[in-house]
Design a protein around this ligand. Structure first.
Ligand SMILES: Nc1nc2c(ncn2[C@@H]2O[C@H](COP(=O)(O)OP(=O)(O)OP(=O)(O)O)[C@@H](O)[C@H]2O)c(=O)[nH]1
Ligand SMILES: [Mg+2]
Length: 232
């Protein structure tokens, strides 16, 4: 039993076809599931199409649209609404191999977080994005001593019972992944990282410069909080 969590923002071009493809794959796994799609008030036709998907896949697809911007808020809403303990987060572009879903589902029997890592697998992404994510991974290692190699929002799996209290306090943007992984690691929860294969050459929904500034600021904030606690 599992819940698939998908944040969407202005995805009218792909939301229908990709949700349909995903549902076909999930039906093949022969386990109860639900797909929770959450938009932050998209300005294109995403919300209308999302509600249509709810009607087309009754009991399987649920769609939410929340007015406040921020992918972290969409994640929080989906976690609060999820019916199952196994949560798997993926991007709607399905640019990362969806086999991650079956693999992570098995691993959630033993682990509380499964990190799908593009760096351990293979990735076709722009040089700029590769460079920025590598820089971020190095900084996380330096500042927090945490050596995982993918903190993007997609292809991550979580036990809801483990993260649900922390999720109430996560930030509004994409930094929630690092916050949750850090808290889980610090409290001794088993975490595993596995390779994923990604071919993502479309333009990102995130503004790359805002994202760099935002992620760096939040990483420093987390580092600072950790240091303050250590010197208590
Ligand atoms: N709800 C919501 N979803 C968002 C927002 N921004 C992006 N998304 C969704 O987040 C997912 C990932 O977005 P992408 O544009 O594919 O991100 P990416 O740059 O390829 O991601 P990386 O793997 O980090 O390189 C997609 O399903 C987007 O629709 C947002 O502000 N709110
Ligand atoms: Mg993408």
């Amino acid at each position: 039993m599992f819940s698939i969590l998908i944040p969407v923002y202005n995805e009218e071009a792909i939301i229908e076809a990709n949700t349909t493809r995903l549902a076909a794959y999930l039906n093949g796994l022969e386990k109860p599931y639900e797909i929770l799609i959450c938009s932050n008030g998209s300005t294109d036709d995403t919300d209308r199409l999302g509600r249509g998907l709810e009607r087309d896949f009754p009991g399987k697809v649920r769609f939410f649209s929340i007015p406040k911007r921020g992918v972290g808020l969409a994640f929080k809403k989906a976690v609060q609404e999820a019916a199952y303990d196994n949560l798997i987060s993926i991007d709607v572009d399905l640019t990362t191999d969806i086999k991650f879903i079956a693999e992570s589902l098995n691993l959630l029997d033993k682990y509380d977080i499964v990190i799908g890592s593009k760096k351990l697998g293979e990735q076709q992404r722009s040089i700029v994005r590769l460079f920025i994510s590598t820089g971020f991974i190095v900084l996380v290692k330096l500042l927090l001593g945490m050596g995982f190699s993918d903190y993007s929002i997609g292809t991550k799996a979580y036990k809801k019972t483990v993260i649900k209290d922390w999720v109430e306090k996560i930030d509004h943007g994409s930094s929630y992944v690092i916050e949750l992984v850090y808290k889980a690691k610090k409290s001794g929860h088993p975490i595993i990282e596995i390779p994923v294969f990604c071919d993502d050459r479309r333009k990102s929904r995130f503004n790359i410069y805002n994202e760099i500034f935002y992620r760096f600021r939040n990483l420093l904030r987390l580092w600072f909080t950790v240091r303050l606690k250590r010197s208590d």
